[in-house]
Design a protein around this ligand. Structure first.
Ligand SMILES: Nc1ncnc2c1ncn2[C@@H]1O[C@H](COP(=O)(O)OP(=O)(O)OP(=O)(O)O)[C@@H](O)[C@H]1O
Ligand code: SF4
Ligand SMILES: [Mg+2]
Length: 321
């Protein structure tokens, strides 16, 4: 999947003055993810991760930009048949699958329904496929008649994954998919996701505020701040030597045991021109009043920071990576 210049602006009306304020939830984000790759997306609360996810799966119309799957551009104004195809090809696993499950529908029905909507299959072949899916996600065949209410959080997330697999998608977007689970269950689901990826060559976009989780599953990582892509690099590189001051702050401020960004308050002033991070950046200098582009910081990483190309004190250019 490839995404070019994806943006989303929400208009908020101010109650007292009646004036409008634009919230730039996602700003001109481009990305590409290869088959069988896992791209991690990190960023603190409000950085636009879910808005990006919702645009990718077709739940939110973008304000600008395009999405391409297997070389084909998804239509800007989709007909209902296009929407169904988009929904099948790019599937999402949510934080709380319970809210998206019909409490009266049995597990077997849930998996049957997805296949009935998307594929031309008779009942016996749908049932056979459902049994395979339950097995793949580690749910016993007896669960086919269970209703979501009787499942634990971990089992519900297994069901959500089976439902997504039933659609045979090209890309699976996981938005905080393990954030609501206990740590031990989290580990089981992460292992399951990794086994499934290997077995079926699945492609993931894995979104989390939890850097420890991102680190476990991702091949590459993108860091978002205020809707803007600030750094992208291989997972090892970004965790071992983050280049952007925001990525450094995220890693420094993450407590060792449980690296979380959720609680970080916004401080300083929020400039909408220049570098979006300059109100919080300890390195900010005069040049930061102009926003930098993504600059190469190593052969496989880019950061949106002027420090990538010059020393702020001497103004001397740095050696190109
Ligand atoms: N439907 C909406 N209407 C207006 N503003 C919205 C809407 N959805 C999101 N926003 C705003 O867009 C920004 C990004 O929100 P988003 O939920 O994408 O962030 P996030 O990175 O997923 O945060 P979290 O880690 O808390 O889930 C926020 O400022 C949010 O208030
Ligand atoms: S461009 Fe300037 S303000 Fe922005 S991250 Fe780099 S040094 Fe900090
Ligand atoms: Mg979110």
């Amino acid at each position: 999947m490839r995404v070019e210049g994806l943006s989303k602006t929400f208009r908020h009306a101010r109650r007292r003055s009646g004036s409008r304020r634009d919230v730039h939830a996602v700003r001109d984000v481009s990305l590409a993810v290869e088959q069988a790759e896992c791209l991690g997306i990190a960023g603190e609360s409000g950085s636009g991760k879910s808005t990006l996810a919702r645009m990718l799966v077709g739940l939110e119309p973008p304000s600008a930009g395009s999405i391409w799957v297997k070389g084909e551009r998804l239509p800007e104004r989709p007909k209902s048949s296009d929407r169904r195809l988009h929904a099948r090809r790019i599937q999402m696993v949510f934080q709380d699958p319970y809210s998206s499950l019909d409490p009266r529908q049995s597990v077997g029905r849930v998996l049957d329904e997805v296949q009935r909507v998307h594929f031309d299959r008779d009942r016996p072949s749908r049932a056979a496929r459902s049994a395979k899916l339950l097995d793949a996600v580690g749910l016993n065949a007896e669960y086919a008649s269970a209703v979501p209410r009787s499942l634990s959080g971990g089992q519900r997330q297994r069901l959500a994954i089976a439902r997504v697999l039933a659609a045979e998608p090209s890309v699976i977007v996981l938005d905080e998919a393990v954030s609501a689970l206990d740590v031990s269950i989290q580990a089981q689901i992460l292992n399951l996701l990794s086994d499934l990826r290997t077995e079926f060559s699945l492609t993931y976009i894995f979104i989390s505020h939890d850097l420890a989780v991102i680190r476990q599953v991702s091949d590459r990582v993108m860091v978002l701040y205020r809707g803007r892509l600030m750094e992208q690099a291989g997972a090892e590189e970004i965790f071992d030597s983050p280049h952007h001051p925001y990525s450094q702050l995220l890693l420094d401020s993450a407590p060792r045991a449980r690296m979380s960004l959720q609680q970080r308050p916004e401080r300083g002033f929020l400039a909408d021109d220049g570098c979006l991070f300059r109100g919080r950046c300890i390195h900010a200098y005069a040049r930061c009043q102009t926003e930098p582009p993504l600059l190469p910081v190593s052969p496989s990483a880019q950061a949106r920071c002027w420090l990538a190309e010059e020393d702020p004190v001497t103004g001397q250019p740095k050696e190109k990576p």
